[in-house]
Design a protein around this ligand. Structure first.
Ligand code: NAD
Length: 426
């Protein structure tokens, strides 16, 4: 029988990778599930809820993971926790693969197999496992709700006997998963929404959500999307033209939501100090790129900065502020990833290391780092490759290739390119 253990997260992380709903499914699939007492409380899942779903509740993290074949976490855990996990077990979570390679190497040396969900190839088969999408979608929503709450005016137009309240103007910069949800949310709240991106593919998506697309649409723009569906770093000439357009537009906006990212690079700076100074007092910027340095010159990651009565929200972990939904979706992502690796007959863990999803997300096996990008960052230390020993029939087909150069491992998309999620109802 496969055993699954779930420890508590650190104090800054309200989410959890297990819900009563996923416990039921795991138990049905033949698993024994143990969760650390109180671990779900910040997502409003009580110990009793887990027990009712069929899980055991352990008094300590070490007890929760001691017998586990699979440990689910949200964040990269402390080394001490990994030492409590038995060798050869799989630790699956958002392990932050692009920072602190030495820390990952130390985790790897415990002999636990590490899987980092951020590296999930973006192919059709892995849609239900895509944690970046499930979490960014909520971040896009929360960014708009936060902005609306802080904005000291109303968003929708209101015609009353006492006069007319004008609709607020919201500008969304970067129309990936988070940007699409931000547009949809701002539209629902009645704002007049404009949006920009460097990828031409988003133009129609923006229009379909009832917003207006604005961008520098030159020859470079037409080529700005990589084969993996991500943005390229734009030329200095393009950046200048884009800055002129943004400067002209931003001064008339009430709320700006920035989400622009380029895999493997710092977030592009799209809003200068001068642009912020041109905005009306009371305007709000929410910078979802804060974790990667921010899209504005004045973003302070983790803080709400204020400059000339414009507030710039650089708060981190927005999905963690909607923990009930974020945990539910994240736990389903984990379940969807694990299910194919449970041997249906023996009910044991059977990771197929030749499977592209295991290859894409797997960063350590048998004590060594097997992800090339992390191994390179370690300067060859711990870079040895483990023997591929598929534990079950190998390889489903697919086309994703992990290039290992960015937060979002650029994956070639399979033929059925995923539709963007703007107005998604998970
Ligand atoms: P992201 O978080 O990497 O970037 C956010 C947005 O910022 C992107 O739309 C990008 O084009 C834009 N951007 C980058 N530089 C910019 C600049 N200088 N100015 C303006 N905008 C800029 O993106 P994401 O949310 O991960 O989505 C990237 C793509 O992946 C999208 O096409 C999305 O639909 C697609 N996607 C595919 C799958 C799948 O097929 N499995 C899953 C999720 C997302």
């Amino acid at each position: 029988m496969i055993a699954i253990g779930v420890p508590a997260e650190g104090k800054d992380e309200p989410r959890i990778g297990l819900t009563p709903e996923t416990v039921k499914k795991l138990v049905k699939a033949g698993a024994k599930v143990t969760v650390r007492s109180g671990a779900g409380l910040r997502s409003h899942f009580s110990d009793q809820d887990y027990k009712d779903a069929g899980a055991g509740v352990a008094k300590s993290d070490a007890d929760a993971v001691a017998d586990a074949d699979v440990v689910f976490t949200v964040r990269r855990p402390e080394l001490s926790l990994a030492k409590s996990i038995k060798k050869g077990a799989a630790l699956i979570g958002m392990l932050d693969p692009f920072s602190d390679a030495e820390g990952l190497d130390a985790l790897a040396k415990t002999g636990v197999s590490l899987f980092s969900m951020e590296l999930m190839p973006r192919i059709t088969r892995a849609q239900s496992m895509d944690v970046l999408s499930s979490q960014s979608n909520l971040a896009g929503y929360k960014a708009v709700v936060d902005a609306a709450a802080a904005f000291e005016r109303a968003l929708p137009m209101m015609m009353t006997a006492a006069g007319t309240v004008p609709a607020a103007k919201v500008f969304v910069m970067g129309v990936g998963v988070a940007g699409l949800q931000a547009i949809a949310t701002a539209r629902r709240l009645g704002a007049i929404v404009t949006a920009t991106d460097v990828r031409p593919a988003v133009k129609e998506q923006v229009a379909s959500l009832g917003a207006k697309f604005i961008a520098v649409e030159d020859e470079e723009f037409k080529q700005a999307e990589t084969a993996g569906g991500y943005a390229k770093e734009m030329s200095d000439e393009y950046k200048k033209k884009q800055a002129a357009l943004v400067a002209d537009h931003v001064k008339n906006q009430d709320i700006v939501i920035t989400t622009a990212l380029i895999p493997g690079r710092p977030a592009p700076k799209l809003i200068s100090k001068a642009m912020i100074e041109s905005m009306k007092p009371g305007s709000i910027i929410v910078d979802l790129a804060a974790e990667r340095g921010g899209n504005t010159e004045l973003t302070k990651p983790g803080e709400i900065a204020e400059h000339e009565s414009v507030r710039i929200f650089g708060l981190l972990n927005l999905p963690g502020q909607v923990p009930v939904n974020a945990s539910s979706l994240y736990a389903k992502n984990l379940l969807a990833f694990l299910e194919p690796f449970i041997d249906k007959d023996n009910k044991t863990l059977a990771i197929d290391w030749d499977d592209e999803l295991a290859k894409g997300t797997g960063i350590a096996r048998d004590g060594v780092i097997v992800n090339e990008m992390i191994a390179e960052r370690l300067g060859g230390k711990g870079a040895a490759k483990a023997d591929p020993k598929p534990a079950r029939a190998p390889a489903k087909t697919g086309t994703a290739k992990q290039a290992g150069n960015g937060r979002k491992a650029p994956a070639k998309k399979s033929s059925a390119k995923r539709q963007p999620k703007g107005d998604t109802t998970p």
